[in-house]
Structures are given as C-alpha cells and as structure tokens.
Design a protein around this ligand. Structure first.
Ligand SMILES: [Zn+2]
Length: 188
C-alpha cells in the first residue's frame, strides 16, 4: 500500500498510469461504438507505413536518438530521486541513546515515533534499583526533591525543584546531547 501511494505520488508513474487509463477508456468507447473495424484499418495502414522505408537525413535520426536518450535519463533520475526521498521519510527514527548519568543518578528513557522522549525513570547509581523520588514542598522555601534508594539506602539530594522540574531538566539535557551528538556516559 505504501509503495502504491508512493508510485501514485510520483509524477512519472502517475503520468504512465493516467496514459494507460486513457487508452483503456478509449478502447472501451470504440468497442461500444462498434468502431473496431475502422480502428483496425487505421492501425493496419499505420503498421504498413511504419515498416515502409523512407529516406530521412541521418542528422534527423541522430537528433531523435539524442532526444529519446535525454528523456530516458531525466525519467530515471526523477524516479530515483522520488524513491530515495520518500524512503528516507518513512524510515522510523531509531535512537540507541537510552541511558545516561545526570545529577549523580542513572536515567533511562524511551522514544516515541516522532522522537519525543517518554517513560523517563531514575535508578540508583550504586545498585541500579529504581528510585521513587520524593518532593518536599514548603510555604517559605522552593520545592526540593530527594532521591533515596529503598534497596541500599544511597541518597542523592535534596535537589532543587519538584520531581517534575528535575525530570524536565534531565529531559532537556538528553535533548541537548542528541543535538550535539555527545557520547553518552561522559558525565562522571
Ligand atoms: Zn541502591
């Protein structure tokens, strides 16, 4: 289906398909009108004309040959360009960068079809147990978030901002690394 749509969108192929449809339509119309004998006669005379030899200057033949060659070359180039560009568009984005260390913690995430980051989770840098962040809110001070491992007791924090703030900060660090093509795991 994908290939059909691509061929239909391609200017060369859609022209070929349109020409075929017109030919089929014309033959059906001729059949209905009972015009087949006349069409046959026309084709017969056309055939005899085609096979009959004629004296044509060689430079005309040469010119025609060059024209045909040019049309074929341009057609192939257009088809190639159309096929390669649409093939690039349909290829899904595959990221292998799904883990890194930020703020003294291990972070893992997934990518959506359009490349957006989701399912960001945080793990203990000492034992790799998943951490449940706890945000401390107060009337007087800004929010802080504590990252404490329930398994080995390793503590990171309190970090400034709510859990959402810290995750947003990490997500933007990931996006920055993706843009800059930085090698993962470079932060100590
Ligand atoms: Zn731990």
């Amino acid at each position: 289906m994908q290939l059909l749509r691509r061929i239909w969108k391609d200017p060369v192929w859609s022209a070929v398909i349109a020409a075929l449809l017109v030919a089929v339509g014309l033959s059906v119309w001729a059949q209905v009108k009972g015009l087949w004998p006349a069409v046959g006669r026309t084709f017969a005379s056309a055939a005899s004309w085609t096979t009959a030899a004629s004296t044509v200057a060689n430079w005309i033949l040469l010119l025609m040959g060059i024209c045909v060659l040019a049309v074929v070359v341009v057609g192939v180039m257009l088809l190639w360009a159309a096929l390669t560009t649409s093939a690039g568009d349909t290829t899904p984005v595959v990221h292998k960068y799904v883990e890194d260390r930020f703020l003294g913690l291990v972070w893992r995430w997934k990518y959506g079809r359009d490349g957006t980051i989701y399912d960001l989770s945080v793990f203990c840098p000492a034992c790799d147990y998943q951490i449940r962040p706890v945000t401390h809110t107060s009337w007087t001070d800004p929010d802080t978030t504590m990252f404490e491992c329930d398994d080995c007791g390793h503590k990171v924090g309190p970090l400034r901002g709510s859990q959402y703030d810290v995750e947003s900060q990490v997500e933007r660090k990931i996006q920055k690394n993706l843009r800059n093509q930085t090698r993962p795991g470079t932060e100590a």
